[in-house]
Design a protein around this ligand. Structure first.
Ligand code: OXD
Ligand code: MN
Length: 599
């Protein structure tokens, strides 16, 4: 029996211990020494490889099981008491039934293993915007990653003991060990249908079983900071969002903070660390994935980065695409599923570094450039401390958060959506957020080709009904003391293609040209023209000095394609139908007004 001053914590831990039957228990203090010991144990057990210490000091490589390489959306469940509260975008299971199924799985699941208790804070410890969780896990890999991605240990435990509310996060890799059985290098449940990433929103409870990878297992990230937190945010009047936060400074030293929602794999980390090509402008990073926003006394929305590390996609990260990330990941970084070079360094596709003649690939096999396979898995990841980022803003851990001037929303759209649209007002901005999405191909993810709508890039992360979620965004606008102080909302699209199927906009650092216009709009100097779909940059308002783009291309990405928008309206209406009665009236009236303006 473990004993704590906080009886809720004590009861829950003892219940879990009884159910999961670990061999031993380890309460994480969060120290460097604890981290070093755990890492050494994993190296000794063959689960981790310590990389060449001259080239990559403090760095380790892990290789996951080939069946456990990414978030499993079809095994992710929102088990609200009522099905209608989960809505059409989530997998719902009755919570009583789900708990019965999972209790059987959890029974004895930690035999032969250590049960780690990780008290953690999402956001700076003690900030009025932060929240606390406790993850119980049987994976030392999870402990090590959680120490980078969140703030863990004694200081957080002290707050819980003082009576701070905490979210209960239970995780098991789902592979008990028989007496004497040798552990595998990446234990996980043997089949996909034994994996469960379950959320009980009313109880603020997460149960994850069977996977050791990323968002399935690091429960602070998607499970807590988005799926559970967005329910807390709705109940408490704030916002928990899948957004980067960046700081931008103009040549006169004036500062603005911008949040940005983009679906996974649309370059959020790159945008958060962008090197502007516009002379005199500077971008620094506050966060790259999760923004929690609350109204401050002055009526503005203040954002914190809920995390303390970056869990970024490795392939494609290079000195060209993201020099700041490249510098960040040179030390104290956990690499998962990249190639291991013969001199103990790491390599991946799109690194900008020529492929070595030989390496060991992410599955542990010999690899040569002509072998027909990639060295790194497409979803290989780095876990790296945000504090190491060369462009991290000094105020990134300010407990008060940073005041947000603008919110960007954007997906991957080859046509229709211009480079940037400024919303007319909050409600119109929420409408744009509700219709954002990316084109899919039937081949890629088994969906019908078309636009997959991904409201505010939260589709896989909404802990409740999408209609209620969008209504909450509308309500936040109504709750504002001074609507003029609300951030302006901008839809952006870096992914427009021409007739030959080539990207028109160069992206990366050149996106600073769009950021510049947005900041100038906030300052009242940037010029716009009102169109039927929103305000677009006036001719010459977008700074294209030194950019190699033809008149024709520029015209194409800044024009309203009426035919395409009329077709878009039909597709949006189809999507809105799936919300049923919970479609916010504010959004249907936005759709009707758009149609009127177009005709
Ligand atoms: C992520 C994701 O890992 O969005 O951040 O999938
Ligand atoms: Mn993300």
């Amino acid at each position: 029996m473990l004993s704590f001053k906080n009886s809720l914590l004590e009861e829950w831990i003892n219940e879990v211990v009884k159910l999961c039957q670990p061999d031993s228990i380890h309460l994480c203090d969060g120290s460097q020494q604890e981290y070093d010991i755990l890492m050494q144990e994993m190296v000794d057990a063959g689960m981790a490889i310590s990389l060449n210490q001259e080239k990559k000091p403090g760095c380790f490589l892990f290789r996951s099981h080939p069946t456990d390489v990414a978030r499993v959306e079809n095994r992710t469940f929102i088990a609200s008491k009522k099905q209608e509260d989960a809505g059409p975008t989530n997998n719902w299971v009755d919570p009583i039934e789900l708990k019965a199924t999972m209790t059987k799985l959890y029974s004895g699941c930690m035999k032969g293993r250590v049960l780690y208790i990780i008290p953690f804070s999402m956001g700076p410890i003690g900030s009025p915007i932060s929240k606390i969780g406790v993850e119980i896990t049987d994976s030392a890999y999870v402990v090590a990653n959680m120490r980078i991605m969140t703030r863990i240990g004694n200081e957080v435990l002290a707050l819980i003991e003082e009576g701070w509310e905490f979210v209960k996060c239970l995780h098991s890799v789902g592979k008990p060990l028989e007496p004497g059985e040798k552990d595998s290098t990446w234990p996980c449940a043997p089949s996909i249908d034994q994996k469960y990433i379950s959320h009980f929103p009313e109880e603020r409870l997460i149960w994850s079983y069977g996977s050791g990878y990323g968002g399935n297992a690091l429960l602070g990230k998607k499970c807590f900071a988005l799926r559970i937190a967005c329910v807390q945010a709705k109940d408490e009047g704030w916002l928990a969002e899948h957004m980067l936060i960046l700081k931008i400074t103009d040549p006169k030293g004036k500062i603005a903070y911008i949040c940005g929602a983009f679906p996974s794999a649309c370059g959020k980390t790159n945008l958060a660390m962008l090197t502007p090509t516009v002379p005199g402008w500077k971008v620094e990073t506050i966060g790259d994935d999760i923004s929690w926003m609350k109204f401050g006394e002055d009526g503005r929305l203040y954002a914190i980065n809920a995390e303390s590390g970056f869990f970024g996609v490795v392939p494609g990260t290079s000195m060209q695409s993201n020099p700041a990330a490249m510098e960040t990941i040179q030390k104290n970084t956990i690499y998962t599923n990249v190639g291991l070079t013969d001199d103990g360094d790491v390599w991946w596709e799109g690194s900008g570094i020529p492929a070595p003649e030989h390496l060991i690939d992410w599955e542990g096999n010999d690899w040569t450039p002509d072998c027909g396979k990639t060295a790194a898995h497409a979803n290989a990841r780095f876990t790296t401390p945000a504090a190491q980022c060369p462009v991290i803003a000094p105020e990134w851990e300010d407990p008060a958060g940073v005041p947000v001037s603008a919110i960007l929303i954007g997906g991957r759209r080859a046509s229709t959506i211009p480079l940037v649209i400024e919303s007319f007002n909050w409600e119109h901005g929420i409408f744009l957020g509700s219709i954002m999405g990316s084109e899919t191909t039937a081949a890629a993810i088994g969906l019908a080709a078309g636009v997959r709508r991904d409201p505010f890039a939260m589709l896989p992360f909404m802990g409740y009904h999408v209609g209620d979620y969008l209504q909450h965004w509308l309500d936040i606008g109504k709750a504002a003391k001074d609507p003029a102080k609300l951030p302006s909302i901008y839809m952006v699209n870096w992914f427009r293609k021409n007739e030959e199927g080539k990207f028109i906009w160069p992206g990366y650092g050149e996106n600073s040209r769009v950021l510049k216009w947005i900041v100038e709009r906030a300052e009242g100097t940037g010029e716009a023209v009102a169109t039927s779909i929103g305000n677009l940059p006036a001719p010459k308002a977008l700074d294209i000095n030194g950019l190699n783009i033809s008149e024709n291309d520029l015209e194409m990405i800044l024009h309203v394609d009426k035919e395409a928008w009329l077709a878009e309206i039909d597709s949006i209406r189809e999507n809105f139908k799936s919300y049923g009665e919970k479609l916010p009236p504010g959004l249907s009236s936005q759709l009707e007004s758009l149609k009127e303006r177009l005709s």
